[in-house]
Ligand binder design. Structure first.
Ligand code: GSH
Length: 345
């Protein structure tokens, strides 16, 4: 009887599963097809975070993450200008990707196990290795993070920074009072107005806030401690592997170009190189884009229109920018950093 009952349950479960398959909608259009049909790429960005994704005085979006968005548009549509920036705060970004409102999230987002599993999304490479830190007014005379016991700390809602700080405080037996605010502008304003003693977010965020949001940056200091790993990178939806590859290899093409010494200025000259690696990367070799469903010039277009990773880094967040971030972990692997583009062959 018990046996029969379990067989019946199994039968019912199978019937349900079959029905679910039968009722499944026809395969949704791939992201590549959707983007081609629309003629523009929709990238999820911040609401304005200098160096990574922010509109300039003319309203043109610029930044390291915007360059990645432009690179994908150049690879897929042949024109890096064919993108639309969709501004999202930290809280809104994942739903926008899950719902299909954006094609890719290119927005200082930490790749974590929970985000790659529970959220149904996947990280597609790392375009900035970061870590969480603290920004404090010099007047508080805080020299190291352990002195933050009892501090009021400003954070933005929906960031990994909230949990990281809680874990760090517990591990170090520190108590603090979080002031968690949804909008970036408002959390910055709260900090400037002294509603909290400390701002905690990714070190890149602190550099950006210091360079672009404080009228008297010299009166603030970033503490030496970095309390976490924040590998930032683009995200796509699970279940569209060809699209994942396009995003991933668009980034790797920029990193590989830097390693091969190919720049925006010399890319045409480099097409004459005898190196098979360079010929493949620049689409001199016939069929170089075929396996990704792209034009052979996909990576050439990226480098010609956007530049290599190092050029993008320096222009947006490095020495050519107000942020003046050092390459550090973001240097190439053969120059002491972690940037290692997978081979394009
Ligand atoms: N890397 C962290 C933090 C990313 C994040 O959203 N940082 C904030 C503070 S710097 C931000 O970019 N805000 C801009 C906005 O909401 O427009 C994460 O993925 O959760």
């Amino acid at each position: 009887m018990a046996l029969n009952a379990s067989f019946t349950r199994l039968g019912a479960a199978l019937a349900l599963a079959t029905a679910a398959v039968a009722a499944a909608p026809a395969q949704a259009a791939s992201t590549l097809e959707t983007v081609r049909e629309r003629g523009t790429l929709r990238c999820g960005t911040t609401t304005g975070f200098a160096g990574f994704s922010a509109p300039d005085d003319q309203g043109n979006w610029r930044g390291l993450d915007i360059d990645l968005c432009r690179a994908i548009a150049a690879a897929v549509l042949g024109d890096g200008a064919k993108f639309e920036a969709v501004p999202l705060n930290s809280q809104q970004r994942f739903t926008a990707l899950q719902s299909g409102e954006i094609d890719v999230l290119t927005r200082n987002t930490t790749v974590t196990q929970q985000r790659e599993t529970a959220l149904g999304l996947l990280g597609a490479g790392i375009n900035f290795y970061d870590g969480q830190g603290f920004l404090v007014p010099k007047s508080l005379e805080v020299k190291e993070a352990k002195q933050l016991d009892g501090a009021t700390i400003c954070l933005q809602t929906g960031t990994s920074n909230e949990n990281t700080l809680a874990d760090w405080a517990r591990a170090n037996e520190i108590t603090y009072k979080p002031v968690v605010i949804e909008k970036f502008d408002e959390v910055v304003n709260a900090f400037v107005a002294g509603r909290c003693d400390v701002f905690s977010t990714d070190a890149s965020g602190l550099a950006s806030i210091r360079a672009s949001r404080l009228s008297n940056p010299d009166q603030y200091v970033v503490l030496p401690e970095i309390i976490s790993k924040e590998p930032l990178g683009p995200f796509v939806r699970q279940g569209d592997d060809p699209w994942l590859n396009i995003v991933k290899y668009s980034l790797y093409a920029m990193i590989e170009a830097e390693e091969q010494g190919i720049t925006q200025a010399n890319v045409d000259e480099k097409r004459k190189s005898p190196s098979p690696t360079i010929q493949r990367l620049l689409g001199v070799t016939a069929g170089a884009g075929k396996s990704m469903g792209l034009d052979d010039a996909w990576a050439y277009n990226i480098i010609k229109q956007v530049g290599n990773y190092g050029e993008s880094f320096e222009r947006n967040v490095g020495q050519g920018s107000p942020l003046k971030v050092e390459r550090g972990l973001n240097a190439l692997w053969n120059k002491g950093g972690l940037m290692y583009g997978l081979p394009i062959r």
